[in-house]
Design a binder for this molecule. Structure first.
Ligand code: COA
Length: 169
């Protein structure tokens, strides 16, 4: 069975390269170093074939507003990939189990993600939460209100993808 563990800083090149293989992008010079400044290594998982990284998955903590309204800590999932040569071997499942268990141990009551392919995630307890969203940048809204009083206006973009959530991580 595949080995799953979190990566260390020396493995970031191979980890980002695996992301590029599965999401079909070329790794730009400097991207691995930049990635290292934006991720939490304790939550960045790899699936190994021998010494080779063939799968990636990571999560990060983010504030999440629930009815009340009240803010709780959610585990946001991202960078989910398995190399085409190693799919359907249970590698995603193995990384997911480790990350969800750690999230529960940290006391994060909700898991969220924006899925490119949402049918993947139902088996892990996620369900559709929103099919589209229109984020409101309050600082721009404030600026717009101020600007419109001067006779100008602007619009905000909508992201694509399906937002999913799971409770009781
Ligand atoms: C999605 C992906 C990570 C799955 O990795 P994997 O290691 O093959 O997954 P597993 O072997 O753990 O499969 C777990 C289950 O999910 C199912 N599954 C896997 N990919 C699926 C997909 N695209 N759609 C629906 N179900 C899928 C498997 O059939 C398996 O179910 P089973 O146990 O009933 O057979 C991999 O196909 C991939 O990297 N795809 C390209 C990148 C991508 O789409 N990432 C997700 C972005 S939201």
């Amino acid at each position: 069975m595949s080995k799953v563990r979190t990566i260390d800083a020396g493995e970031i090149d191979a980890w980002v390269r695996q992301l590029g293989v599965s999401f079909n992008f070329e790794v730009a010079p400097g991207l691995p170093e930049y990635t290292l400044t934006t991720i939490d290594l304790d939550r960045s998982w790899a699936s190994f074939d021998g010494d080779r990284i063939v799968g990636t998955l990571r999560s990060f903590e983010t504030p999440f507003t629930v009815p009340g309204p009240r803010e709780v800590r959610a585990a946001a999932l991202t960078n989910v990939t398995v190399a085409p040569t190693h799919r359907r071997e249970g590698r995603l499942t193995a990384m997911m189990e480790r990350d969800l268990r750690d999230s529960a141990d940290r006391g994060e009551p909700i898991g969220i993600l924006i899925a490119a392919e949402y049918p993947i995630y139902g088996r892990f307890g996620y369900g559709p939460a929103a099919y589209s969203a229109r984020p409101r940048d309050r600082s721009r809204a404030t600026a717009r209100r101020t600007a419109s009083s001067r006779g100008t206006s602007s619009t905000t973009p909508s992201p694509s993808g399906t937002a999913c959530a799971r409770t009781g991580c």
